[in-house]
Design a protein around this ligand. Structure first.
Ligand code: OOB
Length: 542
């Protein structure tokens, strides 16, 4: 098996330890500590379940025992695709306890993405819920199993059918392994993905715990805090910024919200007295709108975090009047760096900027296209390195060569500028991806699927500004002999087993793509031209 590593240069690793960022704790270790210190405090609440720290820890240990009894060994990788249910935590902490490596898939992922994650991580297990949000994950699991010979078990929360039920894992007594090295990789997170399919991000116990411990401090979480995971909790934002893990680290309570719709979420906020939650911009807009006629008591909510995509100042200004809570902007990435506006920042800074880094040792470079630092206050490409930003993706030499500089900076692909007081403002992206309501879509990946249709000669996918989603996807398509209708083409892409959010929102057929005199043009310039041309036509129409 391809070993899992994440290595910082020795001098920096020593500095990060000396400064107290990396404290040698492990993911299961901190939960066990809480189970000892606050056994009867509530750790997690779902629609139907409610577990104390002791119960969560015991359930996690049972999962660890069961998986080892099935024959799994420390270091084995297990794809986890679970919705926002308490079992997400018992499973993931169970994997940590057994020394198994969770590979996080989002509930929206379908066979294309899951097959890729399973293959790239060399997974031998796959943990799903029977069904969620009207989708039967066992149907997906059959396809994933067929395509992944190394997959030994599919483990199901709920009715397992032909698979293994989580509640019926073998109870044979087995020895649990010793705690892992805190510098070792704890799990594989997935990238927002700017090119191709999601890349795997190895995060260590030390670096990840630092990121959510410090995030919890910035957000002033304590044992009285109630964090609601409204976004899919496997995503880095609701998981660790400060997210479910940060809330647990602070000894607080996690509420698993099955849907971010105002209807479901408002009822849970009122019932569980939620104090903080996080949303992507389109959902924040929806909540702002719905709050006007809401009958639920939302007065417990102190902080609404918004991140994952740019939140416009106009929308940001509406949060407090509509929801009666503070806004915190969060600009982060699964690769590491997370920026927050601080709770005591002046309103203008909270509304106008995407915050500043967590750590005094987050190094930020803003460079021009030649890699030279821009002048103060000018926009440029954001590069970063620091105590919780990765130095390499797992098993992907090409992506590593592209995404990291020789001296270890991660090229975020984001265009930002820095204010005089050190806050970042996101201006756009250098890459070719569409940020659809916080879901990142790779233009390249979708073009590949479109071109696979026999009636498609060529395709270019671009981001079009959208008042609700921030950006939506538009596929420009040159038809071949038997040109499909737009609807048929969307159905074709959907049929290839992609996450629904990746199906182009719009398909525009064109005769040809403009090329330069030499007949060559980079797809990046091509996409830009198509997008600009399209936007101009729309303007002249309106
Ligand atoms: C978060 O993580 P990912 O890995 O899904 O996506 C990262 C990318 C960033 O590089 C940037 O392009 C975009 O998402 N982004 C934002 C943003 N927050 C993320 N763009 C503009 N404004 C923002 N506030 O999306 C993520 C991870 C941890 C915390 C928050 C978000």
């Amino acid at each position: 098996m391809q070993p899992l590593t994440q290595v910082w240069p020795d001098d920096l690793a020593a500095l990060y330890r000396e400064r107290g960022y990396w404290r040698g704790e492990t993911m299961f270790g901190f939960l066990r500590r809480h189970a000892g210190e606050r056994p009867h405090s509530i750790a997690v609440v779902g629609e139907t379940a409610c577990w104390t720290y002791r119960e969560l820890t015991q359930r996690a240990e049972a999962v660890a025992h069961g998986l080892l009894a099935l024959g799994y060994r420390p270091g084995d990788r297990i794809v986890v695709q679970l919705p926002n249910i308490p079992e997400f935590l018992s499973v993931v902490f169970g994997l940590f306890r057994a020394g198994l490596i969770p590979v996080f898939a989002l509930p929206a992922h379908r066979e294309c993405e899951v097959l890729h994650l399973a293959a790239r991580s060399q997974a031998s297990g796959y943990i799903i819920a029977a069904a969620a949000d009207g989708f039967d994950y066992r149907v997906l699991a059959r396809k994933v199993k067929d395509g992944t010979p190394a997959l030994r078990h599919v483990i199901v929360v709920g009715d397992a059918q032909e698979f293994t039920s989580l509640s019926e894992l073998p109870a044979t007594p087995v020895d649990l392994p010793a705690d892992p090295d805190p510098g070792s990789v704890a799990f594989l997170q997935i990238s927002g993905g700017s090119t191709g399919l999601p890349k795997l991000i190895p995060r260590t116990h030390d670096d990840y715990i630092y990121s959510f411990r410090a995030s919890a401090e910035i957000c002033r979480l304590d044992a009285g805090s109630v964090y609601m995971a409204a976004l899919p909790v496997a995503h880095n934002f609701p998981m660790s910024s400060p997210g479910a893990f940060g809330a647990l680290y602070a000894g607080g309570r996690v509420v698993m919200c099955p849907s971010p719709s105002p209807q479901t979420a408002f009822a849970l906020i009122a019932r569980e007295k939620v104090t903080i939650t996080g949303l992507v911009p389109p959902l924040a807009l929806l909540w702002i709108q719905a709050a006007a006629s809401a009958t639920h008591d939302l007065s417990s909510l102190k902080v609404l975090q918004v991140g994952g995509a740019k939140f416009t100042p106009e929308a940001a200004r509406r949060v407090r009047p509509a929801l009666g809570c503070s806004l915190q902007q969060v600009f982060g990435m699964a690769e590491g760096l997370v920026n927050y506006t601080r709770l005591d920042d002046p309103e203008e800074r909270i509304v106008e900027t995407q915050g500043r880094p967590i750590s005094p040792d987050d190094q930020i470079l803003i460079v021009d296209e030649w890699g030279e630092p821009v002048r103060d206050g000018a926009a440029g490409m954001l590069l970063t390195r620091g105590p919780y930003t990765i130095r390499a993706y797992h098993d992907d030499a090409a992506a590593n060569a592209r995404s990291f500089t020789a001296d270890g900076y991660y090229r975020t692909g984001d265009i930002v500028r820095m204010t005089a007081d050190g806050y970042l403002v996101v201006e756009g992206r250098a890459g070719d991806h569409i940020n659809r309501a916080g879901e990142k879509i790779s233009a390249e990946e979708i073009e590949d699927h479109l071109i696979a249709h026999p009636g498609v000669f060529d395709a270019a996918v671009v981001a079009i500004p959208d008042p609700y989603l921030g950006e939506r996807s538009c596929a420009f398509v040159i038809g071949g002999g038997n040109r499909p209708t737009a609807l048929a083409l969307k159905a074709f892409v959907r049929g290839r087993g992609l996450a629904e959010f990746k199906v182009p929102d719009q398909v525009v057929f064109v005769e040809k793509f403009e090329t330069t005199a030499v007949g060559k043009v980079s797809r990046k310039i091509l996409r830009q031209g198509l997008r600009d041309g399209y936007l101009e036509t729309q303007e002249s129409r309106s």
